[in-house]
Write a protein of this length. Structure first.
Length: 429
């Protein structure tokens, strides 16, 4: 047997651009992590993104007394989110958290096929994204539009960058480093038994109120709507099929099962129209509010007791395609239609308690109304819930927490700005 050895000489620049991963000092490296290197093309791209974002913010913040295109909102938001994810999130990751690729995660240490299960990063992103972008965060920004477009825009975009994304990532990382412990358990570790009990009671009260509000929104949307009930109900067997497919039939084939799931999801939506027009099936899926409430409770119980890979994670991942698809289509629609913003930057309702949607001044009601628009305690619960028990590598925590926290407010923003473009008659201040 002829063995050929080749010595590769690396220059100083190439040596500095890689990081060697060793399991023990003195032994050869087991992996090589390539560090990102700046090239002229990358520099030009990020400079352009920064200029576009700056131009968008200049138009949003300073244009008064004349019509302004809603496309500037898209430019400001997208540019800001990209810059924050590329630079600020990386700064926090490298300087504060410092994820260790050699460190085993709770999903690897406690893999039991139920709560702890190493999950593909794409499925994990979908699960975390769908968990925080529920119905409540979509309703809040629409209601807060009565105060004008500027306060809500600043909080949704800048708030998520300096507050929401940082909180989500740090809580997720802390939980992951503490063997997947929940927020209540970590509070008890830090504050003692009494402090932990008080914090847990507060968390329970928040969850009860939040679930009640979200339940009302969902039930009102689906009540007496055979089309909606059928399409939503069909996502459950589709998700179970996807979970079994990824775990037993074709492990690791995420793209493959994603295509199958999206096709089935589209068929379920189209078939919902057929069900709506069918006298027999329309009557069967025509549910009142009380029945829908019981259905939601039964689904919540099943999603909680079944292994996370069976229903919860794949269904969240499936619904993410529809949500992100909605975000992209709304953004493209704003750019194509290019509507003019009719609402003033700040209305009189930001300073009095006579608003048409709710009674309350800007502070603190803007931040209460846009509850999950940026900084949210519910996000912290999600970040210390199932997600830290599913992460395969510590380096995936940043992309799961900060990226979804950018996509999620994007959905609220795209719903917010068309409303601002179509609303007239508010008094400016």
């Amino acid at each position: 047997m002829n063995i050929r050895c080749e010595v590769i000489e690396l220059n100083e620049e190439e040596i500095l651009s890689v990081e060697y991963v060793r399991t023990e000092e003195g032994l050869p490296p087991v992996a090589v992590v390539e560090k990102p290197r700046w090239t002229p093309v990358k520099i030009v791209i990020w400079v352009v993104i920064a200029l576009v974002a700056a131009a968008g913010w200049a138009m949003v913040a300073f244009v008064r007394g004349e019509e302004m295109s809603a496309s500037w909102f898209v430019a400001a938001a997208v540019g800001s989110y990209l810059i924050a994810f590329r630079f600020y999130a990386k700064f926090i990751e490298w300087k504060i958290c410092r994820p260790d690729p050699k460190r085993a995660t709770p999903a690897e240490l406690n893999d039991n096929g139920r709560d702890f299960a190493p999950t593909d990063r794409r499925v994990l992103f979908g699960h975390h994204f769908a968990a925080i972008s529920g119905a409540g965060p979509l309703v809040g920004p629409i209601l807060a539009a009565q105060m004008g477009y500027l306060p809500g825009t600043l909080w949704i975009v800048l708030g998520v960058i300096v507050a929401g994304g940082v909180q989500d990532y740090l809580v997720l990382f802390f939980s992951m480093r503490r063997n997947g412990r929940s927020l209540g358990q970590m509070t008890r570790d830090e504050l003692g038994r009494t402090g932990g009990i008080i914090a847990s009671l507060g968390i329970i009260l928040i969850m009860v109120i939040l679930i009640a509000v979200l339940g009302v929104v969902i039930i009102n949307a689906l009540a007496e709507s055979p089309w909606g009930v059928f399409s939503i109900a069909m996502t459950i067997p589709i998700a179970v099929f996807m979970g079994i497919y990824m775990r037993y039939l074709r492990p690791g084939k995420v793209v493959e099962v994603s295509v199958i799931g999206v096709v089935l999801l589209i068929l379920a939506i189209v078939a919902g129209g057929w069900v709506h027009n069918s006298p027999v099936w329309s009557e069967f899926f025509h549910l009142d509010k009380v029945t829908l409430a019981w259905c939601l409770m039964i689904y919540g119980f099943l999603a909680a007791v079944l292994p996370v890979w069976v229903l919860l994670a794949p269904r969240d991942y499936l619904s993410t395609f529809m949500k992100i698809g909605t975000i992209i289509l709304l953004a493209v629609g704003i750019l194509i239609v290019n509507p003019s913003v009719q609402m003033p930057a700040v209305t009189e309702f930001a300073f009095n308690s006579e608003g048409p949607a709710f009674a309350g001044v800007l502070f603190p009601f803007l931040f209460i109304t846009i509850a999950c628009g940026a900084l949210s305690g519910f996000h912290a619960l999600i970040s210390s819930g199932t997600t830290p028990k599913l992460i395969e590598k510590e380096s995936q925590a940043a992309s799961s927490a900060t990226a979804e926290c950018s996509w999620s407010p994007s959905l609220r923003s795209w719903l917010w700005w068309p409303r601002s473009a179509s609303t007239k008659g508010c008094t400016s201040r």
